[in-house]
Write a protein that binds this ligand. Structure first.
Ligand code: AGP
Length: 609
């Protein structure tokens, strides 16, 4: 993971590096650092454990000279603890070359052993530190050649930013597997892990491809392949804007994003259901292709995977097409059976998740059409897919996905409707009714948010439990998994999401008076079955928090606490159920004093395998 930024130009590099780096904190925040060259070509490095604000404080306390070129890095630890010494940039022993790295060097142990034999002293536990030593070992005055030789030895993934004391006005970049862009400015040039990081400075960007490197000076950018072939750069002008998100009075971004859901869904529907007609142009597939589709395959990670699991119920139900759902990391290594008649939906908020990118490449290589369901405009996944359906949920800052999840769910309803219409598996009336029900969802979400104080009370009352189970059936089985993920990622409480029917096959052994069990049981064809499971839990003294349809009197006799949601057709209920689950996790985490927006060990975007 990690985020990198580099600058070379006529302005002071340091403030630019720090400002841009803060926009990459979603990629990791366990330590950060800058390395730059002042006017006398001194290589100065500053690093600090923790968030970028720690690095800023360090720099404030020991002000630094004007710098014309530099590199910066925000880290998500893969090899070695989060610490000052493991933070980037890393240097060679002569302190001549500094490197920032995003990715994983898989053969670093062999390289390290060989470099040690040659006398190199390593100061960190990272895989990345081999890179400056390796470059230095090849360096005979020509930095570019030394970098080429070093890169030829690396196995794994990398996006690199490299500066050297001997080449004060030069910045070298290279990539394999990890994203990296070059920004073209006026008498200044940039590199960054993504576009928004440098949008305040330039809109002209080059998307580096795997196997390409760039040499940047103040007035020039030269591209080549690793083996030295010149590449003519393709410069894109970025048209989208990224408005800096603000908390607007909310204590955390997560709470703000939870509250944004009615508007996000409303806006999505107004864009995608024009005059009750589906507007999914980005799909780019004719009705004929949709009719000939034999299977849908969803690939995604984490919360997006849970959205995909709900999507399976939706698409199978409405379009009567078989749907397989796989975590991207499993999909790509299991030799999946797909062909040109398979429609692959790659779901990702960020569009930068390494496994989902790799899975969609694998699917395309096998001849399938890949449609991305993605939130971040212009992301790698969006650029690479055959079709793109943006969820337009707006920037999501909280590491725990909330509004992006419900927007992904909504997109699944719309895609299922599209498939159903093309395949005529749904009558025009049923299709119209479903659209009408979908249009009600935003205002039903608003109603749920009004119950926030009740949910907060229930959350706080149960925040002492050391273990939670989340149970659901049918379309709300994935909701249970998502509820558990939300809780564990922001409160660190062990939590599991299960299909309620599976409980007696093992998990029921966990139940006693020290467990809290969230039972998702809105009105549905599995209501009675779920109610029986709730009784089984209570018979074993488990504490039951039920999520049920408003007006359900029976539920009270099966639960210790009840959170009500408005009535909606069973198939649409995950859209509503998501909100109380998010709020439960949020208020429990806040009560336990956790950093809700930036939980430990996590990053918003997982850019390594
Ligand atoms: C969600 O709360 C998580 N932080 C995480 O599981 C996330 O959904 C996952 O990493 C996938 O990210 P993506 O949607 O950006 O691909």
């Amino acid at each position: 993971m990690c985020g990198i930024v580099g600058y070379v130009g006529s302005k002071d590099a340091l403030p630019i590096l720090l400002e841009s780096l803060k926009k990459l904190e979603y990629r990791g925040y366990d330590s950060s650092g800058v390395g730059f060259l002042d006017h006398d070509a001194h290589l100065i490095i500053r690093k600090a454990k923790g968030k970028i604000r720690n690095l800023e404080e360090l720099i404030r306390s020991r002000p630094l000279p004007f710098a014309c070129a530099g590199i910066s890095h925000t880290r998500w630890a893969t090899h070695g603890f989060p610490s000052d010494k493991n933070a980037h940039p890393h240097t060679d022993n002569k302190h001549t070359i500094a490197v920032v790295h995003n990715g994983i060097i898989e053969n670093y142990q062999d390289l390290k052993a060989a470099l040690k034999k040659k006398g190199c002293k390593f100061v960190s536990e990272t895989d990345s530190e081999v890179i400056p030593h390796l470059i230095a070992s090849f360096y005979k005055g020509d930095l570019l050649t030394a970098v080429r030789h070093a890169i030829a030895k690396l196995k794994g993934t990398f996006a690199l930013g490299i500066i050297s004391r001997d080449h004060p006005g030069m910045l070298i970049a290279a990539r394999v597997g990890s994203p990296l862009i070059v920004g073209i400015g006026e008498h200044e040039n940039f590199i960054a892990s993504d576009v928004p990081a440098i949008l305040d400075f330039t809109r002209r960007v080059i998307y580096l491809k795997d196997g390409q490197m760039a040499v940047l000076t103040r007035d020039k950018v030269e591209l080549s392949t690793f083996d030295g072939k010149k590449v003519t750069p393709k410069i894109d002008t970025v048209s989208f804007n990224v408005v800096a998100a603000r908390k607007e009075g909310y204590p955390y971004f997560m709470l703000k994003e939870i509250h944004e859901q009615p508007d996000v869904l409303k806006q999505m529907l107004s864009l995608r259901l024009k005059n009750k007609r589906l507007a999914l142009e980005g799909l780019g597939l004719s009705d004929d292709i949709l009719r000939r589709t034999r299977k849908v395959m969803v690939v995604a990670c984490g919360t997006a995977y849970h959205a995909g699991l709900v999507g399976k119920y939706i698409i199978e139900n409405l379009a009567r097409l078989p749907v397989e759902v796989d975590t991207s990391s499993e999909f790509r290594y299991r030799n999946p059976i797909i062909d040109k008649h398979t429609l692959v939906l790659a779901v990702s908020q960020s569009g930068e998740t390494a496994d989902t990118l790799a899975a969609s490449r694998e699917a395309r290589a096998k001849g399938a059409k890949v449609i991305a369901i993605c939130n971040v405009v212009g992301s790698s996944l969006a650029r690479e897919a055959d079709g793109i359906l943006y969820t337009y949920a707006g920037q999501e800052i909280g590491v725990a996905s909330t509004k992006a999840y419900t927007a992904q769910l909504m997109m699944f309803y719309l895609v299922a409707l599209k498939l159903a219409q093309a395949r005529k598996s749904l009558s025009p009336k049923a299709s119209k009714d479903l659209m009408a029900q979908l249009l009600r969802i935003p205002s039903l979400c608003t109603e749920i948010l009004k119950d926030m104080h009740n949910i907060k009370k229930i959350a706080e009352t149960n925040s002492h439990f050391g273990c939670f189970l989340f149970l659901g059936r049918h379309v709300n089985f994935p909701s249970a998994m998502e509820g558990a993920l939300k809780l564990k990622e922001i409160s660190y409480i062990p939590a599991e999401g299960y299909a309620a029917g599976e409980m007696k096959h093992g998990p029921i052994a966990l139940i006693d008076e020290y467990r809290a069990v969230v039972c998702i049981n809105p009105q549905s064809h599995v209501y009675e079955k779920m109610s029986s499971n709730m009784q089984e839990i209570r018979a074993r003294r488990g504490n039951v928090i039920a999520i049920a349809t408003r007006g359900d009197r029976e539920i009270k006799s099966n639960a210790d606490f009840v959170i009500e949601i408005p009535a909606t057709p069973e198939l649409l209920s995950p859209l509503l159920v998501a909100l109380p689950l998010q709020m439960l996790a949020y208020f429990i985490a806040v009560k336990r004093g956790c950093d809700v927006d930036q939980p430990r060990n996590l990053a918003k975007s997982v850019t390594v395998e």
